[in-house]
Design a protein around this ligand. Structure first.
Ligand code: DGL
Length: 279
């Protein structure tokens, strides 16, 4: 082989199996808000969506529990499904376990972290609200994002586990009392400076699923931002030039069988997850 040919052989990127799926992971249906954006950019991508409903809600668990659960499950799932890329479509899991999961898994991993940077660019009043799970809002990761991107702003954080349950119920077609949304808005509004909030970071992937209801509760002078657009762009960038070939219907996997999973069918089908299975 001459020099040029051997250099080309070394430089050639390893071929990616066009049937290898993207694997999106969340504790529940929250990651569907991310999947919707991924679908818009990569409509041909085969997808496995994993909801760890046996572990839901993550937001009430401690750091060690979440880290162990997420790395254990993702390790087993990447072995079984051989995804080309994993997206942790969950702020709680990402802010706690992204670094450690990246250390142990070979596959590219895209995480979901609170969209504090774009919020800081959007706010006019300088006061930003952040709604997340109780576990997310206490993370050093969030402190670091705040220090790096919003040091000259006021960031008011509120843990709203009720909103996770509300999104789960909504996507099952169940009634949700609007007080849940009013309570979340009031919790931020009544903090010192909270009346000046004009931008709210939806720092849990469940929350964009109830953005309309939150919009009513906060009023029209507040804008919401979440990380899903950036994540979809990042996934598209990392898979640029790769082929996509679907072998069958995309699949939603759950870690626990529950009779009420059947009620999620319309929400799953809306994201073209036409089959369901238990992991
Ligand atoms: N969807 C998840 C997040 O983005 C967490 C919901 C939960 O399990 O508490 O944080």
């Amino acid at each position: 082989m001459d020099r040029v040919a051997s250099e080309m052989a070394v430089a050639a990127p390893p071929g990616v199996d066009p049937t290898a799926p993207l694997l999106l992971f969340d504790s529940g249906v929250g990651g569907l808000s991310v999947l919707a954006k991924v679908r818009a950019l990569l409509p041909d991508a085969p997808v496995i969506y994993v909801a760890d409903n046996a572990g839901l809600p993550y937001g009430d668990k401690n750091e060690a529990q979440i880290a162990a659960r997420v790395s254990g499950l993702l390790g087993r799932m990447t072995e079984r499904f051989r995804p080309r890329l994993v997206c942790i479509a969950c702020n709680t899991a990402s802010t706690i376990a992204l670094a450690s999961v990246r250390e142990v898994l070979e596959v590219p991993i895209v995480g979901t972290v609170p969209a504090i940077k774009p919020a800081a660019a959007m706010t006019q009043t300088g006061v930003i609200g952040l709604l997340g799970t109780a576990a997310t809002i206490r993370q050093g990761y969030v402190d670091r994002l705040e220090a790096e991107f919003a040091a000259d702003k006021v960031l008011l954080r509120h843990g709203a586990p009720e909103l996770v349950a509300a999104a789960e119920r909504k996507l099952r077609g169940e009634h949700v009392d609007k007080d849940v949304y009013r309570r979340a808005a009031a919790a931020l509004r009544t903090m010192p400076g909270g009346d000046r909030i004009d931008t709210v970071v939806l720092a849990c992937t469940h929350f964009p699923l109830v953005a309309e209801e939150l919009g009513e509760a906060f009023g029209s002078d507040v804008r919401f931002i979440d990380g899903s657009d950036g994540i979809a762009r990042r996934i598209a960038f990392l898979t640029q030039g790769q082929g996509w070939q679907r072998q069958g219907d995309d699949i939603a996997m759950f870690t626990r069988d529950e009779p009420e999973l059947a009620r999620l069918k319309p929400a799953l089908e809306a994201q073209r997850l036409l089959r369901s299975a238990i992991f």
